[in-house]
Design a protein around this ligand. Structure first.
Ligand code: NAD
Length: 451
């Protein structure tokens, strides 16, 4: 009998499906198949690989509604967000479908012959993803990796495997060779760890907690394989006294409560210049009250439940003894509901330093530009951040001084598939997305032809 784990609908707390746990032997079989299929895939003409990825994108587009509904059930994402996520996967595939014909090498001047470089695929790439954005984060790895001529083995998070499994089936429906893009469900300590230790997996992309990321990186070092890490965050939303305060306050709830705060880019610290601190909080309160928390199946819902009962306990623990200024609303019932909370914090508080990964935001005042920058950089993380100011010079100074990989000025936009994404400090290593991502799934080979 195959071992399984049970999926629970976070909005009802009801179990609804069993998912197989792969054994190490099963993972090894999948990797062996991927090794064989990859060779033929890499030998295809660039146009043939591009066409195959465009067909995959089209099939995903045709299944946006089905994928979105799976995500609502499995992850509790509001339906409108889930539709965006599924469409995003198709767009990422379409974008990297343009890469095979553009992976140009160089011709370097040498005497006595010709020197050229090639972008060779690694072979098999292992991708390990977390539960917060199951489809989108997976696609940031598999689309450019496939485009560059690799095979991909993908491990979704235990709690949220369904959309990844369906994407694996859709790849085959779209005509990708069986085994080229293989989705393996199971435990991180079994499937994920086997990706790290298996000698035929030549690169690993890991998105998840900083703690597991460090152990994945250590394992990859043993096997001398490159690793991309997308880890935690504690991003700052910095509001200066010359900002459009109405707009900054109105947009703040979505920047931290979207996906119930289970977002590595969540602006979970709001830093407000002291001279406008009280006014900002006055404006923030109605914006938080208006934030719609409820049934993820309704199109009007902005925020659903948290992913699990244990995660809700962990989020709730951050409110013990905290100075809660005000809270939003949440439904009663058996789902893993949590009303958004705005907390007034001191700089050294746990709530100001640790990633909560829930709808809780810490608000702190700062004195001047230098103090604001110091406070923004006062965490181990460096993933994202927002800067609100009408002063162009200040926007430029602060965006260069904040040690984060992805910043936005007078906006909270962090993710566009055609711009690079990733963190500094404890938030990660390497970048995903953007114009260069396919190249990151290749090794440069230099060949000298003597004449
Ligand atoms: P997690 O680290 O517990 O798990 C992530 C994935 O790693 C899961 O698929 C898990 O099964 C697997 N895993 C667990 N142990 C493993 C091991 N020993 N070897 C290999 N794989 C293993 O993280 P989570 O709780 O699923 O996700 C939440 C975390 O992810 C948060 O900290 C969040 O900030 C981070 N995250 C970061 C980004 C980013 O892009 N920077 C994006 C989303 C989430």
């Amino acid at each position: 009998m195959t071992a399984t784990f049970t999926l629970i609908d976070p909005s009802t707390g009801q179990a609804f499906q069993e998912v197989p746990r792969a054994s190490v032997e099963e993972v090894d079989e999948v990797i062996a198949r991927a090794v064989a299929v990859q060779r033929t895939w890499a030998d295809l003409a660039p146009l043939a690989r591009a066409d195959a990825l465009r067909r995959f994108a089209r099939v995903v587009e045709e299944h946006v509604e089905e994928l979105a509904r799976l995500e609502v059930r499995n992850s509790g994402h509001p339906i409108e967000s889930a539709r965006w996520e599924a469409s995003h996967v198709a767009q990422v595939l379409n974008f990297y479908a343009g890469a095979p014909e553009r992976l140009s090498g160089q011709q370097i001047p040498v005497s006595g012959g010709l020197d050229v470089t090639f972008h060779e695929p690694y072979g098999v790439v292992g991708i390990i993803v977390p539960w917060n954005f199951p489809m989108t984060i997976a696609s940031w790895g598999f689309a450019p990796a496939l485009a560059a001529g690799n095979a991909v083995v993908l491990k979704p998070a235990e709690l949220t495997s369904l959309t990844a499994v369906r994407l694996g089936e859709l790849a085959v429906e779209a005509g990708l060779p069986e085994g080229l893009f293989a989705v393996v469900t199971g435990a991180g300590s079994v499937v994920g760890e086997r990706f790290v230790t298996h000698p035929d997996v030549r690169k690993v992309v890991f998105t998840g907690s900083t703690e597991v990321g460090v152990s994945v990186a250590a394992g990859c070092a043993q096997g001398l394989k490159p690793v991309t890490l997308e880890l935690g965050g504690k991003s700052a939303n910095i509001v200066f006294d010359d900002a459009d305060l109405e707009l900054a306050a109105q947009s703040a709830p979505a920047s931290v409560f979207d996906n119930a705060g289970q977002d590595c880019c969540a602006r979970s610290r709001i830093l407000v210049q002291r001279s406008v601190y009280d006014r900002f909080l006055e404006l923030l309160e109605p914006a938080v009250a208006a934030w719609q928390v409820g049934d993820p199946r309704l199109e009007s819902t902005q925020m659903g439940p948290l992913i699990s009962a244990s995660h809700r306990d962990s989020v709730a623990s951050f409110l013990d003894g905290a100075d809660v200024a005000f809270r939003g609303s949440a439904p009663e019932g058996d789902g893993f509901w949590f009303a958004p909370a705005v907390v007034l914090a001191d700089r050294r508080d746990r709530i100001a330093q640790e990633e909560i990964f829930g709808p809780v935001v810490a608000v702190m005042p700062f004195d001047d530009e230098a103090d604001g920058i110091r406070l923004a950089n006062d965490t181990v993380y460096g993933l994202a951040g927002s800067i609100w100011t009408e002063n162009l010079g200040r926007a430029m100074r602060v965006s260069r001084a904040v040690k984060s990989g992805v910043l936005s000025v007078n906006s909270h936009a962090s993710v566009r598939y055609w711009t690079p994404f990733g963190g500094m400090k404890a938030s990660g290593l390497g970048r995903e997305l953007g114009p260069d991502a396919a190249e990151h799934f290749t090794e440069t080979k230099n060949v000298f032809f003597a004449t």
